[in-house]
Design a binder for this molecule. Structure first.
Ligand SMILES: NC(=O)c1ccc[n+]([C@@H]2O[C@H](COP(=O)([O-])OP(=O)(O)OC[C@H]3O[C@@H](n4cnc5c(N)ncnc54)[C@H](O)[C@@H]3O)[C@@H](O)[C@H]2O)c1
Length: 336
């Protein structure tokens, strides 16, 4: 039995997480869920967006399965997602974007894995006003050689272990010569130790254009925190949207699995949210836990449901009247 900390999150979180837990429980995986709270709902309930009990649970289980958390724009508490990634040193954020059969998109052969540095860069949390009038502010990007090393090494090792051919580093070292320069230097040094993996470098703005026009040239992409955040939404758009893209936050002795998308306040409470992304994050979690059979069963079932296109949410089929719960039920039924 694997103990897993379960954080349902905010907005569409509870509805998609209920479906994900239902599907995982039906898959035969041996999971013991420990309920915990974080984000806006935890703040409203306990006056603390990251209660001690949640961290005590993750300290014990070392594996968390999490719904999206709302971070209010411009004011309020700092992102709890960022706080959790930093606290547990979840330095590699792995976000695969692959075409799905049955989902019509501009290209048919996209298969890109973004590996985003997850603890440093512009999301280091070093931000303040410089004047009492609050009319000048600065944010500091911290990039360390050791922080760059561990995530870039992860990306190359991931490529080798998963039979991938190429790693592209996306950077902005032409302008941010020191912070981005360290990241690029480490990528070049690491590439030299992986002669079996092709290596490419792209300046991030040009990389965006290439990704939209010719995404097939990308395989594994490694990049710094904010660029990875943005590029992974871009790759989501290439393969059918945020409703389909899972993410794993990996550290040396803890891991947290979630969808790439946020709490989607525009569709919360309407039974419209696609549970596929977070269920696929569950598949990544089961593989991490060694529950390979259960992971495979779920993946095949969800692929069948999406391919058939009947029980999918409206983000995948505008004519569909199927809701979050009905799609979850169809995935359970497809597991047989
Ligand atoms: N990991 C996380 O917890 C995480 C990630 C991103 C954003 N956020 C937070 O989420 C909140 C909302 O952010 P946002 O609106 O910019 O991004 P979002 O990802 O929540 O939504 C962007 C768009 O995608 C759609 N969408 C997202 N998930 C979907 C799903 N499962 N099915 C169908 N459509 C889906 C939404 O309806 C919206 O139109 C913010 O507070 C933000 O900080 C959290």
């Amino acid at each position: 039995m694997h103990a897993v900390t379960l954080i349902k999150g905010d907005g569409i979180g509870p509805s998609i997480m209920d479906e994900a837990v239902k599907v995982i429980n039906a898959s035969g995986a041996k999971i013991q869920w420990e309920d915990a709270y974080a984000g806006l709902s935890a703040f409203e309930k306990f006056g603390n967006p990251l209660p001690d009990a949640t961290m005590e649970s993750i300290d014990k289980t070392r594996v968390a399965f999490k719904g999206p958390l709302t971070t209010v724009v411009g004011t309020g508490f700092r992102s709890i997602n960022v706080a959790l990634r930093q606290k547990y040193e979840l330095y590699a954020n792995v976000r695969p974007a692959t075409n799905w059969e049955g989902v019509k998109t501009r290209y048919d052969d996209v298969d890109i894995v973004i590996v985003r540095e997850n603890t440093e860069g512009l999301y280091s949390g070093l931000e303040h006003y410089l004047t009492s009038k609050k009319d000048i502010a600065e944010s500091l990007a911290v990039v360390t050689r050791s922080g760059s090393q561990r995530v870039i090494e992860y990306a190359f090792k991931y490529a080798r272990d998963n039979n991938r051919k190429k790693v592209t580093v996306c950077h902005k070292a032409n302008i941010l010569k020191y912070t981005q320069g360290i990241f690029l230097d480490v990528a070049r040094e690491t590439a030299a130790r992986y002669p079996d993996i092709q290596f490419d470098e792209k300046i991030v703005d040009a990389a965006c254009m290439h990704m939209v026009m010719n995404p097939q040239q990308f395989d594994v992409v490694v990049t710094t925190n904010m660029f990875g955040d943005i590029l992974s939404d871009l790759t989501a758009g290439l393969v059918g949207g945020l409703g389909l893209i899972p993410g794993a936050n990996i550290g040396d002795d803890a891991a947290l699995f979630e969808a790439v998308h946020g709490s989607a306040p525009d569709i919360a409470g309407k039974n419209l949210a696609n549970p596929a992304a977070v269920i696929m994050a569950g598949v990544m979690m089961l593989n991490h836990l060694g529950e390979f059979e259960a992971a495979k069963r779920i993946k095949l079932a969800i692929e069948k449901v999406v391919r058939e296109g009947k029980y999918v949410t409206p983000d995948l089929n505008l004519q569909s009247t199927c809701g979050t719960k009905e799609m979850g039920d169809a995935i359970v039924a497809a597991m047989g």
